[in-house]
Design a protein around this ligand. Structure first.
Ligand SMILES: [Fe+2]
Ligand SMILES: [Fe+2]
Length: 299
């Protein structure tokens, strides 16, 4: 058994790659059996709501697509020094690929499609696509996962359409496992490349943090009619959840931008407090590992 430090209830703080791989393999066995219920047509209260819904799920589609391709790209780089970790990345990327397929199916079912990206989103993904270093890709992925899960959970507060709720719940449930999984990826990659600059990582963390906050405002213009989440609500939740991401993992040394915390009234105490395990902990992963046992709630 591992000698890693343990939490109060006996769950190790970190797990070996073999543990993650076993879970990912188990998850892959049944993944494609889960189907969307597209037996009924989806009704919207207005054309504006329909267009906002299509915009919302287009943004989700792009995030899933970038997660999938980032993971598969990394798998190829990692394979030569850690085939087990590479396999984890492939299986993780496949989960994102499956999410992308579900979103595609949903969009077509409601009479939409995958649309070309707007300038802000496309410039963000272009920058992300240029990220060469493994830890940059993983860190960005982890932050994407966090805001994805935050957006989906907030939307569950207001969205009533059953099929949209089914999609949102599947995505939320799986992203809650992906967040701690990505932390494992980052730790493994940093172990391999301890020389890689701390300052650079912090810079990336800050740039991505600010970009995501900016994008949350952009998304309100096109999606609010569907999810009914206000700009203030969404941005506050982004700042809080991105800020909380590393609050309990001091070895990773990421500190959220103080001016943003102040602007949204988020104190260090609020970041430190939570009613469950830290979203990036092994404990959180264990809770989220078995899909059928995860209870998804609105934020
Ligand atoms: Fe996903
Ligand atoms: Fe994910």
């Amino acid at each position: 058994m591992s000698r890693a430090p343990r939490t109060r209830i006996g769950i190790p703080v970190q797990r070996p790659t073999s543990w993650w791989l076993e879970i990912l393999k188990r998850r892959a066995q049944k993944m494609y059996d889960e189907k969307l219920d597209v037996s009924k047509p989806v009704e919207f209260s207005s054309e504006a709501e329909k267009q906002a819904c299509i915009a919302f799920f287009n943004a989700a589609y792009r995030a899933e697509e970038s997660g999938r391709s980032g993971a598969h790209k990394l798998a190829e780089e990692v394979r030569e020094w850690d085939p087990e970790l590479a396999e984890c990345l492939v299986l993780y990327g496949n989960e994102e690929g499956w999410h992308r397929e579900l979103l595609d199916e949903y969009l077509h079912h409601v009479g939409g499609q995958v649309n070309p990206m707007g300038w802000m989103v496309s410039s963000f993904y272009r920058t992300y696509g240029k990220a060469e270093r493994m830890e940059s890709i993983m860190l960005t992925n982890l932050m994407f996962e966090t805001i994805g899960a935050t957006t989906y959970r907030l939307s569950l507060r207001h969205v009533r359409q059953p099929l949209a709720r089914q999609v949102l719940k599947i995505l939320t449930r799986d992203e809650s496992f992906h967040v701690p999984l990505n932390v494992h990826f980052i730790r493994e990659i940093l172990k391999r490349h301890p020389e890689r600059g701390r300052r650079r990582r912090k810079l990336i963390y800050n740039v991505v943090f600010h970009s995501l906050v900016l994008m949350s405002y952009g998304s309100r213009k096109v999606a609010q009619e569907f999810d009914h989440v206000t700009p203030r609500e969404l941005t506050t939740a982004y700042v809080e959840n991105l800020g909380r991401l590393f609050a309990h993992e001091s070895d990773l040394e990421f500190r959220p931008p103080k001016h943003l915390l102040r602007a949204y009234g988020i104190t260090d105490e609020r970041l430190a407090a939570s009613d469950g395990p830290s979203a990036i902990s092994v404990e959180a992963a264990e809770k989220a590992a078995r899909r059928e046992e995860v209870d998804v709630s609105a934020l």
